[in-house]
Each structure stands twice: as structure tokens, then as C-alpha cells.
Design a protein around this ligand. Sequence first.
Ligand SMILES: C[S@@+](CC[C@H](N)C(=O)[O-])C[C@H]1O[C@@H](n2cnc3c(N)ncnc32)[C@H](O)[C@@H]1O
Length: 391
Amino acid sequence: MAAVDQVGERQAMLRRRYLRWWLAAPATCLLSFLFLWLPAFVAGDAGVACGGPLSLSPSEMKSGLERKWERLREPVTSTFEQVLVFNALPSVSALLSGAFAARAGRRLSTAVGALAVSVMLVVALDWMYLALGYYRLLNCAGWDGELPWLLWHLLPVLGYSSAAVLLAVGVVARWRSPRSGGSGPVRYDEVIGPLRTAYDDGARQRDVMGKAPWKLAEREAFLKRLNGHGCRRLLEVGAGSGQDSAYFQENGLEVVAVDLSPAMVALCREKGIEAYVMDFLGLDFAAGSFDAVYALNCLLHVPNRDLAAVLDAIHALMRPGGLFFLGVYGLADTTEEGPFEGDDHYPPRFFSFRSDERLQEYARKAFEIVDFHVVEAGGHRFQSLTLQRAV
Ligand SMILES: C[S@@+](CC[C@H](N)C(=O)[O-])C[C@H]1O[C@@H](n2cnc3c(N)ncnc32)[C@H](O)[C@@H]1O
């Protein structure tokens, strides 16, 4: 198993990851500033020389809104002040927003980030207005070297718009990441959003992945048990793209599959399986309506503090004497949980790896243990449990 650190360290890693987007925003603002204004400072601005970009008289203003905007800008009279104000505003707000993202909680940094994005969009629109002002002066200003003035003055529109997009990506990444701040153990409702995104994005890719021979052997052994116990109706939870559900269905069982990810559920349905988007704490089926439940490598996404509730929910759906296969990766004698550093899915998925003993303790509270064994496969420790609801 690759290294799984403490939750706090992983949160710091995640924060660094989205701060890169956050910091790219002021960098883009700076580039906008340099590209637009440095040549103008050195060579002079032909547009300004022939009257300035704001020389449109009120009579040329088409709407009351335009006049209002013009009045708002009156205090900013000189080109130099405009440079400072209209370049400093987006850069400063992006930097402040990054600082909040690094230190404050998710809600506050998202709010500040959203405000900064609005500032940048307003400034980008303002530059658009300025550029159109220059367009009206084209006859006077003509060309500056090789570049048409209009294009030249549209550069900041592009720059600040992309800064706004970069910042928005940082804000969204922060919002989607599990909550930071070391405020106790992670909760179920904090992890399912990022998990859904990660599995939605990876659904097609996962569907074409082959199954390791030991996984095929595990499900075959469970099928034999089901046949031996006369189990006909099976619910697969966290079914992914439905490969195992399809196997059980092909082998004569009546199968229903559920998964958190709509993309996964769509793939189940493509295989002809009755499938629904449902999460472990929202299983909407009649009590005792299944003979068996199959859960392969999905309950490792449930935080420890919510596992008992999830096992109770599954227990309630099974008829007395029904069988439950619970297979997860775990650790021999320690228990760790948090987002998985270096995960190949994004956002990094939350995992809870339990010790053999701890996992069985959880299971024993709701079920009788029929079988427990470990499969050592490819450096992973797979814990295989067959459980039974008491008769
Ligand atoms: C590692 S995949 C395993 C998929 C499948 N069981 C298999 O072994 O191929 C984990 C699956 O669990 C689903 N999952 C994770 N958390 C869930 C939750 N709270 N409720 C329902 N499904 C969940 C994910 O969407 C994903 O499809």
C-alpha cells in the first residue's frame, strides 16, 4: 500500500495543488499589465495623444447606463492612475483571495474567491469598453508599428478574463476538496461529492480495465455460497460500471446495482442491469427485500465514524439469513484514513484503510462472520469478509 499520511498533511498537499491555480491568476494579471503598458510608457500612446480613450462626449453615449459608468470613472483622470487602478485591482484581489485560500476555511475562501472573480470580470469588461473607445479613435491613432490598436487594447480583456477563469478553477477545486482545518474526523457527506466527481470522470476508463484473477476467484466463491443458500435476489452497492453485477446476472441471479456516480450507473444500464444512482446512506429499497448484498472495494470510501450507519442500512435491506460479501483493501494492524496522496483520480479519493481486527469489529456489530481471509495481491492487502444477517 502506498504511503497514507495523516489527514492534515494531505489537506496541505491538496491546498498546495489548488493554490497553484490561485497564484496563476495574479501572474496573468501581471503579464497583462506588462504586455499592454510597458511599450506604451516607452514609446508613447498614439490613442491617448489624439485625445485619450475617454474623450467620448456625453452626447455620444447611447444609454443612461453608459453615462453612469462614465461618471463613476471621472475621478480616475490620468492614464497613469488608470494603469494603477485597473491593473492593481484584479492583481490585489487575486492575491488576497489566494491568501484567504491558504489560511481561512473553505466557505470564507470561496466567498472571497468569488468576489475576486467578479472584480476581474468587471475590469475585463472595462478594458473592453476602453478598447472600443480606442476603436472610435482609429482614424486618428492609426497603427502602432505592426499592431492594430484595437487588438492591442483587447489584450487586457483576454488577460483578465483568463485570470478570472484561473481563479475560478482554484475556487472550485478548493470547494470540491474534502474539508480542511483539522476539525476532527472526516464525515461521510464531505467525501461523497469529491468521490462522485472522481468516479464520474474515470468511469469509461475503469470500465475497460480487466479484473485480476484473484477478484474473479472471490466473486465465484461468493456465487457458489449464494447458490448453496438459495439466494436469488442480489443488490450490488458501489457497483462501479457493473462488471460484477453483469456476472451475477449472467449466472442466473436477479440483480439490482447502485452507485454514487451517474456515469457508472449509465454504464451498468448499458450492460442491461437494473441500476440506480444511490449512495450507501440513501438506499431506497423495502426492508428485507434482498437475499444478498455484494460490496467490492467501495466501503473503503466510508469514513470510520459513519461505517456502522452504512452497515446498519445494508443490514436492514437483507432478509434474515441473507449473505453479504464485503471486500476492501486494508492494513494488517493499523487504521488510517484520508484523501489518497498521488491518487490517479481527481479530486484525490478519500480512503479508509482498516486493520483486520477493526474491520471485523465493525462487521460483528451488525452481522455474523461466516468467513474472513486475506488476499495479498500486488502489494495490496485485500480483506475478504462473508457475513450473514442473523436468522
Ligand atoms: C473502487 S470502485 C469499485 C467498483 C466495483 N465495485 C468494482 O470493484 O469494480 C468504488 C465504487 O464505489 C462507489 N461509491 C463510493 N462511495 C459511494 C457511496 N457513498 N455510495 C455509493 N457508491 C459509492 C464509487 O462511485 C465507485 O464506483
